[in-house]
Design a protein around this ligand. Structure first.
Ligand SMILES: *Cc1c(COP(=O)(O)O)cnc(C)c1O
Length: 421
C-alpha cells in the first residue's frame, strides 16, 4: 500500500469532510518552495503550507540548528527551569517588537497564544479588582480553534456546532472612513465592562483575506487606549514579514498591550506559540497572593527544539536577502494584480505585502463551500500548484524564497484558469 492508502485506514484530517474529500497526497520531501509526492510529482507550495513556511521547506540552516539542539537538550520542564534558546529568543524578539513589549510567555500554537492573551487580559482586570469581562472582536475574525479562541472568532460554519457554548463577545465591523466614528462610540458605550479588544491587524486571513487600512486601525487602537480597553494584536498570521514589514503593527503608531505569534515564528518548522505583553500587565500578576498567578502552561511550553528553529528562522529573517525577497514578491504581485484587475471574472483583487487575493466573480454563490472552490483547488493541484481557495477567494502567499519563475508559473496558471473555468 502507498502512503495515501495507509492514511485512509487510520487518519482523520483537519478541516476535511472525510466522506467526500479526495484522498490525501503523500508528501515525501520538500525543498525551497517545492514539495514532492510519493510518485515524484512536484508542487509549488503557494500557500506556505497553511501560512507557516517563510524560508522554504527543509531549509538546510534551520535543519542544522535544530539537529545541533537535538543533541544538546530536547526538552525540559519550563516551570522552575529555563534554557538558552527560550531566553535568547525572547531577548531577540522583544528587541524588534514595539518598544512596550517586555515579557514573553510561550505556548504551543496560534490558538494557545490567543488563549493566553485572553486569560492575561481578563485576569489583569480581576487582579486589579476591576472585574471587566467583556471582549470586543471584529466580525468575521479568526483567532483559532480552541474554545476561547473560537469564542472571540466570528460565528461561522466553523463554530456552528458549538455556538451555544461560546462565551458572549461584542462584535464590531472592521474600520473604514465611513464607520470609524460609530465604531468609536460603540467602544465608548462598552468601556466600563470591557477587558480587551482582539484583532487581526490589517488582514483577516481565514475570512477570505479581507484587508483594511492601517490608518483606521490606528485610530481605533488610539481610541481603545484612551478608553483603557486593552489591545491584543493577533499577529499569528501577519507576523514575520507577511505584510511587507516585520510585523503588521509596524504599520500603525499605537502599540498593542499584548501580541500573539505562531505560524512563521519557527519558519514553519516546529509548532510554537508566543504571547508578549507590557510591563503593566505583567506587574498586575505580581503578588504575595498566589491566586494572582497566571495558571496556564503546556507540557511542551518553550520546547528547546522549537526555540532553536525559531532562532534559526530569525537569523534568516534578519538577512538582507529576506527583505529583498519580500520586496520582490510585493512588486511581482502588484504587476500581476494590475494585469488581471479588469478581467470580467475578477470581482476584486487586493494585496497587502506578500499576500495577493482575488475574488472570483460567481454571481451570488460566494460561500466557503462553493463548488467552484473544489474545482479550482483540483485544477491547480493538477498543474502542480498548491492553492487552497477560501470559497471563491484565491490567494497566493508564498515562502519568501519562491523564485520568479515559480511565481510566474503560478500567475500564468491562475490566468489560464480565468479563461478555462
Ligand atoms: C492560524 C491562526 C490562528 C490559530 O493558529 P493555530 O496555530 O492554527 O492554532 C490564530 N490567529 C490567526 C490570525 C490565525 O491566522
Amino acid at each position: 500500500m502507498n502512503l495515501t492508502e495507509r492514511d485512509l485506514q487510520v487518519i482523520w484530517h483537519p478541516y476535511t469532510q472525510m466522506k467526500t474529500a479526495q484522498p490525501p497526497i503523500g508528501i515525501v520531501r520538500g525543498e525551497g518552495a517545492l514539495l514532492f509526492d510519493e510518485e515524484g510529482k512536484q508542487y509549488i507550495d503557494a500557500v506556505s503550507s497553511w501560512w507557516v513556511n517563510i524560508h522554504g521547506h527543509a531549509h538546510p540552516y534551520i535543519a542544522k540548528k535544530v539537529s545541533e539542539q537535538l543533541h544538546k537538550l530536547e526538552h525540559v520542564i519550563f516551570a522552575g527551569f529555563t534554557h538558552e534558546g527560550a531566553v535568547e529568543l525572547a531577548e531577540r524578539l522583544l528587541a524588534i517588537l514595539p518598544a512596550n513589549q517586555k515579557k514573553a510567555f510561550y505556548s504551543d500554537n496560534g490558538s494557545t497564544a490567543v488563549e493566553v492573551a485572553i486569560k492575561m487580559c481578563l485576569q489583569y482586570w480581576l487582579n486589579k479588582g476591576d472585574q471587566r469581562t467583556k471582549i470586543i472582536a471584529f466580525n468575521n475574525a479568526y483567532h483559532g480553534d480552541t474554545f476561547g479562541a473560537m469564542a472571540v472568532s466570528g460565528r461561522s460554519a466553523f463554530t456552528k456546532a458549538f455556538d451555544s457554548l461560546l462565551f458572549e463577545v461584542e462584535f464590531i465591523d472592521i474600520p473604514n472612513k465611513e464607520n470609524i466614528e460609530s465604531l468609536k462610540s460603540q467602544i465608548s458605550d462598552l468601556k466600563s465592562q470591557t477587558a480587551c479588544f482582539i484583532f487581526e491587524p490589517l488582514i483577516q486571513g481565514s475570512a477570505g483575506m479581507i484587508m483594511y487600512e492601517a490608518e483606521y486601525l490606528n485610530e481605533l487602537m488610539a481610541h481603545c487606549r484612551q478608553e483603557e480597553v486593552m489591545l491584543i494584536a493577533d499577529e499569528v498570521f501577519t507576523g514575520f514579514g507577511r505584510t511587507g514589514k516585520p510585523f503588521a503593527t509596524n504599520h500603525v503608531q499605537v502599540e498593542p498591550d499584548i501580541m500573539c505569534f505562531s505560524k512563521g515564528l519557527t519558519g514553519g518548522t516546529m509548532a510554537l506559540g508566543l504571547t508578549t505583553c507590557t510591563q503593566q500587565i505583567y506587574d498586575a500578576f505580581l503578588s504575595d497572593d498566589k491566586l494572582k498567578t497566571l495558571f496556564h502552561g503546556h507540557s511542551f511550553t518553550a520546547n528547546p527544539i522549537a526555540c532553536a528553529s525559531a532562532l534559526a528562522s530569525l537569523d534568516l529573517f534578519q538577512q538582507p536577502e529576506t527583505a529583498e525577497n519580500i520586496d520582490r514578491i510585493k512588486a511581482a504581485h502588484k504587476v500581476f494584480a494590475d494585469r488581471i484587475r479588469n478581467h470580467p471574472k475578477v470581482k476584486t483583487i487586493r494585496q497587502t505585502g506578500t499576500i495577493v487575493a482575488m475574488e472570483w466573480e460567481t454571481g451570488d454563490n460566494t460561500s466557503y463551500f462553493s463548488s467552484l472552490r473544489d474545482k479550482l483547488y483540483h485544477y491547480f493541484l493538477t498543474a502542480g500548484i498548491i492553492l487552497r481557495p477560501l470559497g471563491n477567494v484565491i490567494y497566493i502567499l508564498p515562502p519568501y524564497c519562491i523564485t520568479n519563475e515559480q511565481l510566474n508559473y503560478v500567475y500564468s496558471k491562475i490566468e489560464q484558469a480565468l479563461e478555462e473555468l
